[in-house]
Design a protein around this ligand. Structure first.
Ligand SMILES: Cc1ncc(COP(=O)(O)O)c(C=O)c1O
Length: 383
């Protein structure tokens, strides 16, 4: 086998020296405080069986899409799924992408034009930042969740760039912090300044909203945004994503989003699984309620154990305890794993240096005993 070039070997060595070398973990059978399967849908037998019967009922036996959706891959279930998604999320249209990563790079590389400007929250997901980096527009990050700072940035660029369209992008639940911007004020700010608001709802779908439609729906703000990105690999327990917006936006993306155009469509079984999960979600109020109870219980326990100051405030299923330094956070995560709890360390450079953290993902299926115990172990680590 040909050797890795020296420059790449050196980069790996540097990662190793910084205690930040990424490795693929094997399933460990521990109690799940780390997956994005917030409602247990990834393991749900009903969804699995319903996906199969969706295919059977329609006589679909194909294993693959056979091509890009623009060529041979736009098979039956796509149309049905996109109608259902638009209806479920309360949008004019929906366009399915192979993943949330693809949706974000497709959108941000294609929509903002050379003379346009994108403002993105400094903690935006890598897929948003990568998409912006692939596009031609100028971009500026703004301080995490700071709307005043954002407002003054917008004023400044609007004075100088009268012909620019301005886009603002944020997440309704931040993946590595679990927190949320003031979406109502943000929507008002964007409307008052005439700028386009885009919100990634990856970690809000299934967790917020009466039927799990996300936080924008819960706040009745779904019509105030230019586009929403929803993903199916987290609470929906399957895979893929959709961009929600107007019919014209959909048509634009079909024509210009390269991560949509130049890739094979999803296999029918994946589409059937998304359909089955979407149909199941409104019937899962019990699971959503259980998740909400667990989130509240977790927060109560943080107070009980005087852990609250170490955690980033969050109402979502993601709760992060700051533990500075890659070495220390890895050690603490290992301690929790030795006691049976799968809590992952989030290292720099995934998060800024000094803000390394233990990321607790809560689920409908976690028990109060598990939550009590894992936080007791954590509290003892602080002693
Ligand atoms: C906020 C956010 N957007 C997009 C993605 C990418 O979604 P997917 O896993 O479907 O590629 C993630 C995944 O972690 C995410 O956290």
């Amino acid at each position: 086998m040909t050797e890795l070039p020296n420059k790449l070997t050196a980069k790996l060595a540097k990662r190793q020296a910084g205690n930040a070398l990424r490795k693929l973990p094997l399933p460990n059978g521990l109690i799940d405080f780390s997956s994005n399967d917030y409602l247990g849908f990834a393991q749900n037998e009903t969804i699995f069986k319903n996906a199969s019967s969706i295919l059977e009922k329609r006589g679909i036996t194909a294993n693959g899409a056979t091509g890009s959706r623009l060529l041979t891959g736009n098979k039956g279930l796509y149309g049905e799924l996109e109608v259902l998604l638009a209806d479920f999320f309360g949008s004019d249209s929906a366009l399915v992408f192979n993943s949330g990563y693809d949706a974000n790079i497709g959108f941000f590389s294609a929509v903002p034009q050379r003379t346009d400007i994108v403002f993105y929250d400094e903690l935006s997901h890598a897929s948003i930042r990568d998409g912006i980096g692939m596009g031609l527009a100028k971009s500026y990050k703004f301080k995490h969740n700071h709307l005043e700072v954002l407002g003054s940035h917008i004023d400044r660029v609007q004075e100088r760039n009268v012909d620019s369209d301005i886009y603002v992008v944020t997440e309704s639940v931040f993946s590595m912090d679990g927190d949320t911007p003031d979406l109502k004020s943000l929507a008002e700010l964007c409307a008052s300044k005439g700028v386009y608001l885009v919100v990634d709802e990856a970690h809000a779908v299934g967790v917020f909203g009466k039927r799990g439609e996300g936080l924008l729906n819960e706040l009745a703000l779904q019509d105030k945004v230019f586009a929403r990105i929803v993903t199916f690999g987290k609470a929906m327990g399957c895979h893929g994503a959709a961009i929600l917006g107007s019919h014209a936006l959909k048509s634009y993306l079909v024509n210009f989003a390269r991560s949509f155009i130049y890739t094979t469509g999803m296999p029918p079984h994946s589409l059937a699984t998304i359909l089955a999960a979407c149909e199941h979600l409104p019937m899962s109020g019990g699971r959503q309620m259980q998740l909400r109870q667990n989130i509240n219980f977790f927060k109560d326990q943080l107070k009980q154990h005087d852990l609250k100051p170490f955690f980033i405030p969050s109402n979502s299923a993601v709760h992060c305890c700051l533990v500075e330094g890659n070495e220390k956070v890895k050690k603490w995560s290992l301690r929790l794993q030795e006691k049976g709890y799968d809590v992952k360390p989030i290292l720099s450079p995934t998060v800024p240096k000094g803000q390394e953290r233990l990321r607790f993902c809560l689920h409908s299926f976690n028990t109060e005993n598990e939550i009590e115990d894992v936080l007791l172990i954590l509290a003892n680590l602080f002693d």
